[in-house]
Structure formats: structure tokens, C-alpha cells
Design a protein around this ligand. Sequence first.
Ligand SMILES: Nc1nc2c(ncn2[C@@H]2O[C@H](COP(=O)(O)OP(=O)(O)O)[C@@H](O)[C@H]2O)c(=O)[nH]1
Ligand SMILES: [Mg+2]
Length: 432
Amino acid sequence: MRVKVVEPRFRLWNLFTLGLIGIILCLFVGFGYRDRSAGNNISNNDDDGQEIKAISVFVLMGKTGSGKSSFINSLNGTDAFGRKPVVSDGIDSSTQSPTVYLTWIGKRKILLLDTPGFDDSARDNLEVLNDIVSSLYSFALRPEDFEMRGVIFLHDISEIRFGGSQKKTLGILRAIVGEENLGNVIVGTTMWSSTWDAGKLKQQEKRERALLDDQWGGIRKTTRLSRDSKNVAVQIIYDLLAGPPALLLAQTEMLQPPHTIEATTVGKLAMPEGRQELEDLQRKVREREKEFEAESKRQEALLQEQVRDTKRKFEAQEMRSRQKEESQRLKQQEDMKKFEGKLRKEFKRESKSIEDKIRKDTKKREQEEKEIRKLEEDLRVKLIKRNKIRVEKARKDAEEQEKIKAAIKRLEKPPVLTWFANLISIILTWFR
Ligand SMILES: Nc1nc2c(ncn2[C@@H]2O[C@H](COP(=O)(O)OP(=O)(O)O)[C@@H](O)[C@H]2O)c(=O)[nH]1
Ligand SMILES: [Mg+2]
């Protein structure tokens, strides 16, 4: 975390601020500021119809949200670029540094210096003070152009407590203005309750009286303002214009050597306190930095531990998945082996049964062949036998025929006996 440390000295950039304000003012003074809408309908009793050359300067102070921008708006004040002040609806859009707004009231050129509240968190209070005093100094350096007409201090009456920050702001205001010039300060009270809320209104009036007695002693007067009370705002300006112009204490002091804020009453009041605040702030920053460093280290260690943890988990997971893959692979291998063994066994069994079958078939075939051979043999023997028989028979038949032929021959001139013999032989042949 980077914190801007502001050294409350009258530094180079203050000169730059002065220069810038000077240029803006030259523009307004040199070329004339022509927006006269704010005071056109209000007569200017002091001017006697004469346009007054010097610009009347009014300083607007008060907490953020007290209604400063609204007040400037009601007077139609615009900056060097013609822009109206931003009426804030939150802390972010609040004024960060003193800003010059210009307007006309009657024939008077009016300069309204809008200042940041001392309670603003965006900038260090010392820096705010530095800016305000620097701006005031730039007006004091040109008395022929600028008349210091007074300070309008706006206070939010709805705030119940007049707390430390308000007391501090009031103290700074008094130190800037100087007790002898408090007659040039008007307190504008804002945020009044509506008349129908009589109870609240009574409380606020009581608070206003108490503040007048306890806090605002010596000031010119208090005036009640509403959100867009143009006439009241103009009246405040006229009230302050009624008195003589007077430099504020801080301006008188700045005009004297050594021309430093440290030498002014407000500087003496705010700086030790501011320095203390600054030191406290710096201490807090250092503490925060240390805490932040320790926290960053702790976070870093935590992160590293987490990284290691994740890595470990990842590695374990990887290992587990690798082991799982490996065991799966081994199981697959085993399954394959088993399957192979089974296949082999089956193959063996199959081949054995095929071999057995082949062997049996072969045996059977051999047997059959043998039987065939035997049959063939038998057949052959039978055939031979039959042939033999046939041959024998044929021979015998031939013999018989011979005999028959012989008998027939004999019968051709056969004796009875021969004939008889032949007959018997024929019968015998038939029987066979
Ligand atoms: N009720 C009420 N609201 C106001 C009054 N003056 C200003 N406001 C509102 O208060 C808020 C802050 O006003 P602004 O002028 O920006 O305050 P600044 O921070 O002092 O410049 C805005 O919303 C205004 O409209 C007032 O008198 N009465
Ligand atoms: Mg504002």
C-alpha cells in the first residue's frame, strides 16, 4: 500500500497552484465575466450603479456534504471552464482541492472558493490546509484585484453530535480567519427539517442556540439555508459585503516573512497535530506493511504448501493409476498365459484325440484292408477252388461226354448190356 506523505511546507507545486489561480483570475479580470444571472433580480444597495473593479472573494468552508456545492450552485457559480460544481451524492464526488467559482451579484464580481472538508478521507488534512492557505495567499498578493469579503461556514444542523472533526474544523477556521475577523464569518446552517416535523425542528433550533453559545461565539451571524435557497445565499453575500473588506489572519501572516504556513497561527495549530497524525499514520502504514508482509509470507507459505500437497496428491494418484495399469497389465498377461495354456491343453487334447482317431482309423483301415485282403484271399481261394472244381467238372464232363460219346457209339450197335450200362451212366450224371 502506498500512502502519500505530505510535507506541510510551502512547496513548488503551491507556486504552481498560485500561478494557475492567477491565470484564471487574469482571465476573469482581463476579459470580464459576463454571467450575471445570480443577482440580476436583486438590487445592489452598495454599488450605487457603479461596477466595482475588484473581485469580492468569499471562502466556503464546512464538512463534506454540508451543502457547499449546493450553495455555489444556487448562486450560479461556475468554474473557469463554465462548469457548475458537482453536488455530491456520496463521498467520492466531493471536492478534493480548493476550487474557484465565479459569478455576478448585481454589478459585483464574486469569487467563491470552495474548499474540501477537513474530514475528507481522500486527502490528508495537512495537504488540504496547505492548499487552502496557498490559495488565500495568492489572493492576498493581489489586493488591487481581490477583496477578502469573508467566510461562509456551512454546518449540517441534522448532525446530532458536534464531534471531534467539527471542533477541529472550527478551530482551523478560527485560526485562518483570526479572532478579530470573526465578524466576517457567517454560519449557514443546512439540512433543516420540514416545518411539519415540529419536534425535530425544535430540537434543531435548540442545537443551533447551543452551538451559537458554545462554539460560534464572535461570528457575525447564522442563517438558515435550504437545498436551493438562492435568495438566502445572495443575502449572505450582501451581509458580508456590508462590512469592510479585510484580509484573514492567515493571509496577513503569509504576507510576512518567512511566508511559510508553519509560521502562521493555523500552521502552528494544525501542524504539530498534523505531524502527530502523520506519524501515527506512517506508523500505522508501517504496521500494516509489516502485517501485509507477514500475511503475504503466510499466504505464500500456504500456497506453496497447497502446491506441494496438490503435487503429492497428484503423484500419489499417478502412482496409483500406474500401479493399477501395471496390475491390469499383469492380470492381462496372466489371463493371456492361462488362455494360452488352456488353448495349448485343448490343442494337445484335440491333437491327441485326432491322433488317436487317426490311429484308430488307421488300425481300422488296416484291419479292413486285412479283412479285405483275407476276403480277397478267400475269394481267390474260392475262385481257384471253384475254377478247379469247374475245371474238374469240365474235365469230368468232358470225360463223361467222351464216355457218352463212346456209349453212343456203342449204342449205335449196342448190345443190350452196353445200352443198359449207358443208361445207368446217364442217370448218374443227371443226379450229380
Ligand atoms: N435537505 C437538504 N439537503 C441539502 C441541503 N444542502 C445540500 N443538500 C444536499 O446534501 C447533499 C450534499 O450537498 P453538497 O452541496 O454536495 O455538499 P458539499 O459536499 O458540502 O459540497 C446533496 O445531496 C444536496 O442536495 C439543505 O439545505 N437541505
Ligand atoms: Mg462539494
